[in-house]
Design a binder for this molecule. Structure first.
Ligand SMILES: Cc1ncc(COP(=O)(O)O)c(C=O)c1O
Length: 480
């Protein structure tokens, strides 16, 4: 079987599906003003296959958003469709709360087989409501119950979800400020070399971030009550595709272990091969106390779990319940996806292809000064766009260019490429293609992206004779 469902496609035009404009119009007036992706991509997808999405406008798009990193195998992969069809044809109940089923049993086996052995050997799983944010809530509650403590340590740039507890852990103030309250969360600096919180960057910045965390926790007047847990992402996704150095992650593991603070790693976005390893913790070799998993584990259907070391299982029956915790189809699709990724070495392939893409993007940065930084791990890549005329700071970083980034996103869409923005100022182009992306598709993505950035940058440069351009731009700073 080939890895991808379909080879590369251009923005060619099959028959148009009528009604797209009316659908967009109705959605605009009926849905809430919190609509997000629908604003960035005013298209109405009618069919999708592999990396290709076909809109009602008759155009085809290469999808580098992949359901915010959900679609490890792209859209409608044959293995996923076959698992869903097989389950439907079997007559298995589709909704079962958390009752025991063969599908759940099989999913749990596939999941545990894929997890690092030192972790899975002594782990338990809890099926949550089917969103990453609910699994984050569950992990936090679990550790609060186990430790009898309430607060948490979280990081600048973190994204953990939109429910109250997960939002408290999230870094983005734009989505937090309007809301009262929030749990006691101590915010620690995440090592972001390009915009280093200590203004030094590189390994020194990461070392300082670890030293600061350790000294703060040990300072009797530091104001930090011993927390229930530390939660972190090994590669921050929504925060702007910021990979943490492996050494820093090992330091966080050492610091928390020495102080009896459980470490939760949020692998909602990084899991199932995305970063070039089945799970992002494998790069550093750390063994967390809990892992929060969602997105790709459901094979494109909603599923979320928390997996944790059994010694923390102090929960009473019903301690974290929820109606939709028994999604049979998602378990079947998820088990098929996890096994396919493992059997076909797609994590290793993501590492190779991601490195090649990053190399080409770095070469492009040499030609286009609006590209301030290229970073990522595996097929989780970020291109930070900056104002090329502004003075760089001490780390060599120029101010973010959010308005330019919006124009690049639009220019990409016009060229048949779906790329979303993220990061502190919404100025990071985030590439999350499926792990099945073909070499041909890699070329098509990079060609379209390069063309879009170059065109927007040239337009800006031409229009700048006298104008301050980006300085007038305002960042939405919202999460997706
Ligand atoms: C790292 C991380 N944690 C948690 C979440 C929340 O997941 P969900 O949107 O399914 O609630 C996300 C979503 O993007 C995420 O990237």
């Amino acid at each position: 079987m080939t890895l991808a469902a379909e080879p590369a496609t251009g923005p060619t035009v099959p028959a148009q599906t009528p009604g797209g404009d009316a659908v967009l119009r109705r959605q605009r007036v009926r849905e809430s003003s919190a609509r997000t992706y629908a604003r960035s991509f005013p298209i109405v997808p009618v069919r999708a296959n592999g990396m290709t999405v076909e809109g009602a406008d008759g155009r085809r798009y290469l999808d580098c958003l992949s359901g915010a990193g959900t679609l490890a195998l792209g859209h409608n992969h044959p293995v996923v469709l076959e698992a869903i069809r097989r389950t439907l044809d079997s007559g298995a109940p589709l909704h079962l709360l958390d009752l025991a089923t063969a599908e759940k049993d099989d999913f749990t086996t596939a999941l545990f087989e894929s997890l690092p052995k030192e972790f899975a050997g002594q782990a338990r799983v809890h099926f949550c409501g089917p969103a990453g944010t609910d699994a984050v809530e569950a992990a936090l509650k679990l550790m609060q119950t186990a430790t009898g403590r309430s607060g948490a340590l979280a990081f600048t740039g973190a994204y953990h979800g939109m429910t109250a507890g997960a939002l408290a852990l999230t870094g983005n103030t734009a989505v937090k400020e309007p809301l009262p309250g929030g749990r006691e969360v101590v915010r620690l600096p995440y090592p972001y070399a390009y915009r280093c919180p200590f203004g030094v960057g590189g390994e020194t910045g990461a070392d300082l971030a670890a030293t600061y965390a350790e000294r703060l926790l040990d300072d009797p007047s530091g104001g930090v009550v011993r927390p229930a847990a530390m939660i972190l992402e090994a590669v921050q996704g929504e925060g702007g595709v910021v990979p943490a150095p492996d050494g820093w992650l090992r330091e966080m593991r050492r610091i928390t272990a020495e102080r009896g603070i459980p470490l939760i790693v949020d692998e909602v976005q990084t899991g199932v091969g995305r970063t070039g390893a089945m799970w992002a913790v494998e790069h550093s070799g750390i063994v967390p106390d809990a892992m929060v998993l969602s997105k790709a584990i459901g094979g494109s259907l909603p599923l979320a779990v928390v997996v944790y070391r059994e010694e923390y299982d102090g929960w009473r029956p019903g301690a974290h319940t929820g109606t939709f915790r028994g999604n049979t189809l998602a378990m079947a699709a998820g088990a098929a996806t996890i096994r396919f990724v493992a059997a076909h070495g797609l994590a290793e392939r993501a590492a190779l292809v991601g490195a090649r893409m990053a190399e080409r993007l770095r070469a492009l940065a040499g030609e286009l000064p609006v590209i301030g930084d290229v970073r990522g791990r595996g097929l989780m890549l970020g291109v930070e766009l900056v104002d090329p005329d502004a003075e760089p700071d001490a780390c060599g970083a120029r101010p973010a260019a959010p308005a330019l980034a919006v124009r690049v996103r639009e220019a990409c869409l016009a060229r048949g490429l779906i790329v979303e923005l993220g990061g502190r100022y919404d100025a990071v182009l985030r590439l999350l293609p499926p792990l099945t992306i073909t070499d041909e598709q890699v070329d098509a993505v990079l060609d379209r992206l390069a063309d879009a950035i170059a065109a927007v940058a040239a337009g800006d440069a031409a229009g700048r004779s006298g104008a301050s351009g980006e300085a007038a731009a305002t960042a939405s700073a919202g999460t997706r």
